[in-house]
Write a protein that binds this ligand. Sequence first.
Ligand code: PGA
Length: 259
Amino acid sequence: MGRPYIFGTNFKMNQTPAESAAFFEQVAARIAPRSDVHCYIIPPYTSLQAVTELARRDNIPIWIGAQNMHWAPEGAYTGEISARILLALGVDLVLLGHAERRGLFHEGDPELNRKVQAAFAAGLRVLLAVGETGEERQYGVSAETVARQLKIALYDVPVEQLALLSVAYEPVWSIGAGGTPASPDDVAPIATVIRSTIADRFGDVGRQVPVLYGGSVNPSNAGSFTALEDIDGLLVGRSGWTVDGYVATYEAGLAAYSD
Ligand code: PGA
């Protein structure tokens, strides 16, 4: 069975609700829905309501994601947001384990495991980001790092919930303006490790979990990643922050995609 092409952007701490709504409407007008493609956008929490309202009003099939989530359904957790709150807005997915959450906000693998379990139990899709730091790469433990992150994040997850999972491989050293873009030769072996780690844990159904690449993706290099056998799509930052950039990167990735 072919795996769909999955494409989208994380806005990080950018955009007001009005800016996100305008972006969403314009992207939806430029990208025709297809059964073999899933597009998504991940705006700040404060934009989620405006965007989900538009999606409902105009029946737009683009997935709308949150950038993080707490594991508890509710409680005394000042500043946090739960799966229950996200679902009430009509959010489709949650990004968990982004390198900035892990690095700047000290999120560890056991916490991520609780978040993944809570999201799945609530029926939310999870886009789980994994990736080694520059230091881990230098020591030659990229594969071990990514396998460890995956095994802990997916610990005790029932196989029936696996259909809600996508994984994004984002080497930390390749992300953002100060990052060094990865090459397809860097990405291919780790994408294969991701696929086999999930298959070892869950059996053959694990092979259907989409694996995305992220980190300094742009319209010129997008196709070099989506052409890889074990890469099913992209998680884009800066290149997806304008409508033209989003559409151009989407198209470049799709043109080279082979499932
Ligand atoms: P970038 O960000 O595309 O701007 O490098 C990627 C990410 O943080 O997911």
